[in-house]
Write a protein that binds this ligand. Structure first.
Ligand SMILES: *Cc1c(COP(=O)(O)O)cnc(C)c1O
Length: 349
């Protein structure tokens, strides 16, 4: 029988994940058979997880971070909403987010019995005034997106943190995708810039770790303790994660990627990816397409639907925004020569 092969990345312009860094790939393989969900048994991977959280703290301006390596941004967002709900004193909790928030918040709301209220964005960014109209005494969390899934745009985090705290709610920043690019920009997005309480930042996206490696960080241990449940048959007495058995490969690869790339490697990658995004945006604009100016390495433009279908039939993997624009995510595997042949195919069409 012939072995199935994974896709190659040569024409993948749609993914928020990428080829893992070689050191991350190697570490993932070495730690495949470890379970950080049982730290008493799997001690070395538990130590690596502390290292991962420490490194994530460096990336996000937090000198004394707490958190863990989650299965992805979805789990981290669910857990952030769970922290906010558990700590609040209300029978009817709600979360206020911009419409640009990732669909994982819909899952969180459904699972946790929390109402999700979304406010329209202005120029693809959260509008604090529109969000403030949705905040009330039962608001437990205000969500800011730092690098939106559709456009790669960054919300005004300090204003949204103020909004949260005026309401006695927590401020959660979702930097699942943008977190490893934002340190090299002027955006104010992290624990050092504003009173952020919880944050999602995924090593398995821009961080170049192997899947599954998401990250949940919290300002203080007390927030993480909101998630603690008792674990009668493990050596450790409580657990804060959503999953039980979980991937040591994700943890080890996250550490390996960050040790290899933080900070100069990520900076160089950000520059190259951003250059590519700007190059593509210019080429598309020159061909008469309305382009959403890239803020992080993600380009959206109003190509016609038949055109995106034609590109797909030529092997290109591109996706669309909710508004129907074509979306190209300039991840590390996306090179200038790939984009050149992509534009050549556009011209052919
Ligand atoms: C990808 C993404 C998520 C979800 O992360 P997964 O790892 O796919 O679960 C959440 N928020 C944002 C902004 C994302 O880009």
């Amino acid at each position: 029988m012939q072995l199935a092969e994974p896709q190659d990345f040569e024409r993948v312009l749609s993914s928020m994940c990428t080829e893992p860094h070689p050191a991350a790939r190697d570490a993932a393989e070495r730690f495949l058979a470890t379970n950080p969900g049982d730290p008493g048994t799997y001690e070395s991977v538990a130590t690596l997880e502390e290292r991962a959280v420490g490194l994530l703290g460096e990336v996000t301006g937090h000198p004394d971070p707490e958190g863990y390596v989650a299965s992805g941004g979805t789990e981290a967002n669910i857990q952030a909403v769970r922290i906010a709900r558990n700590r609040a004193d209300t029978d009817d909790p709600n979360v206020v987010a911009p419409t640009s928030a990732h669909f994982s918040f819909t899952k969180a709301a459904d699972l946790l019995g929390v109402e999700l209220r979304t406010a329209p964005t202005t120029d693809h960014r959260a509008d604090p005034a529109a969000m403030s109209r949705l905040v009330d005494d039962d608001t437990v969390c205000v969500v800011a997106v730092a690098g939106s899934t559709e456009y790669g745009y960054v919300d005004p985090v300090p204003a949204l943190a103020d909004l949260a705290h005026d309401a006695g709610a927590l401020c959660h920043v979702d930097a699942a995708w943008g977190g490893f690019a934002l340190p090299f920009t002027d955006h104010e997005w992290h624990f050092g810039h504003a009173d952020v309480d919880t944050m999602t930042i995924d090593p398995h996206k821009m961080g170049q770790a192997a899947i599954p490696a998401g990250g949940l960080l919290v300002r203080s241990r007390a927030l993480l303790d909101e998630l603690a449940i008792q674990t009668p048959y493990l050596e450790s007495t409580s657990q804060v994660t959503l999953t039980g058995t979980r991937s040591g490969a994700g943890v080890a690869s996250a550490v390996a990627a960050m040790e290899a790339l933080w900070s100069e490697g990520y900076r160089e990658q950000y520059r190259a990816s951003m250059d590519n995004a700007e190059w593509l945006a210019d080429r598309l604009a020159a061909r008469g397409h309305a382009v959403v100016e890239p803020e992080l390495p993600l380009v959206a433009a109003d190509l016609s639907v038949p055109m995106t279908e034609e590109l797909r039939s030529r092997g290109w993997r591109v996706t669309k925004t909710g508004a129907g624009e074509m979306r190209v995510v300039c991840m590390p595997h996306v090179t200038r020569s790939m984009l050149r042949s992509f534009v050549a195919d556009l011209d052919w069409y």
